[in-house]
Design a protein around this ligand. Structure first.
Ligand code: CMP
Length: 332
């Protein structure tokens, strides 16, 4: 999500300007967090402390554009450089399109999945526009962009690879100048504050037949289950999931435990889902967990601790994509 522009026509910091109480950049990031994108990154001007604070608050990683005065190319390059080596492509969303819905972005991702070599571009009432999704084999050329050009020149050179996806024109509206700004009563895009988190009911709790009680507690907490399945992890899958812990002394044992029997992986949705699920789970170590929490009730010890939940919306996005495809998540 590109938000490094100086917003001169808006008198500065357009991406932080609230629309119906929610800053533009936050609206767009939250919409992206409800899609099947594996990672969401917020590209900011290097001196944008308020933008970084926003990224921290909503739980996504921020990147600094190399030179914010250069124009869009510097942001595109920062995003491409930060893309994971296994990334199949990158979609460039803009802070000044705050009316795009998760479903709109998902339709672009669907078109890309249907034809992985395509450059996928939104179109509104027959006019091509933003966002644009570039496949990874365009990354080298994106890194050569300079100045204000953004990806447009590349789109023009690769016209035969461009696939247009028609989106509702009212969703694609951009807020460029103060006169575009709608009245404060403008409705939020649906579920702008909705968040997703990823849950595992671990082998100890599945073996102990605690699944029903744990799902009941999740539902009673107000979180909504939008995907769930039972899986048996093998060693590479468990090691990949816990890769951040691979240097820790408990890593080997953790992988052994996580592959010792089936687990239930789920996606939970709700306002503030990440923090709410963490509160419901309680501290990692059940000895320190509050009364009534899942770990206090069902965990054996710090390793066999019954449940896992994502620690940030950013990680939730990655963890969900590690286990679920977009079509496995339902709308409720
Ligand atoms: P989880 O929330 O899934 O994230 C990492 C897991 O590593 C954690 O739950 C525990 O199962 C395990 N873990 C964390 N700290 C320790 C520890 N000190 N000793 C053993 N296992 C741990």
């Amino acid at each position: 999500m590109l938000a490094a522009g100086r917003g001169r026509r808006m008198g500065g910091a357009k991406h932080l300007r609230p629309l119906a109480g929610v800053p533009l950049a936050e609206r767009v990031v939250r919409a992206l967090l409800r899609t099947s994108a594996a990672r969401v990154r917020l590209v900011l001007a290097p001196d944008d402390a308020a933008g970084r604070a926003l990224a921290t608050r909503i739980g996504v990683a921020a990147l600094a554009a190399e030179d914010p005065d250069e124009g869009r190319a510097a942001s595109v390059r920062a995003a491409v450089r930060a893309a994971a080596s296994d990334s199949r492509g990158a979609l460039f969303a803009l802070a000044d399109q705050p009316f795009l819905e998760p479903d709109d972005f998902e339709r672009l991702f669907d078109a890309f999945r249907a034809e992985p070599g395509a450059i996928v571009r939104a179109e509104y009432g027959g006019e091509p526009g933003s966002p644009v999704l570039f496949p990874a084999d365009c990354f080298a050329e994106l890194l050569l962009l300079r100045g204000r050009e953004g990806g447009r020149s590349l789109v023009e050179r690769r016209r035969e690879r461009v696939r247009l996806v028609s989106l509702p024109p009212e969703h694609g509206r951009d807020l460029d100048a103060p006169e575009d700004w709608p009245a404060e009563s403008a409705p939020l895009p649906s579920a702008a504050h909705m968040e997703r988190t990823f849950s595992i009911v671990k082998p100890d709790a599945v073996r102990g037949r605690k699944l029903g009680a744990i799902l009941e507690a999740i539902e009673a907490s107000g979180l909504t289950i939008v995907a769930t399945k039972m899986v048996q992890l093998d060693q590479p899958k468990a090691e990949g999931f816990y890769a951040v812990h691979k240097e820790r002394p408990f890593f080997k044992d953790l992988v052994k435990f996580m592959t010792s029997g089936p687990v239930l992986v789920s996606v939970l949705e709700g306002d503030d889902a990440v923090a709410r699920y963490r509160k419901l789970m309680g501290a990692t170590d059940p000895a320190k967990a509050d009364a009534g929490t899942l770990r206090k009730r069902f965990a054996t010890n710090i390793e066999q601790n019954a449940v896992h939940g994502s620690d940030s919306p950013d990680n939730a996005q990655t963890e969900i994509a590690y286990f679920f495809s977009a079509t496995e998540l339902v709308k409720r």
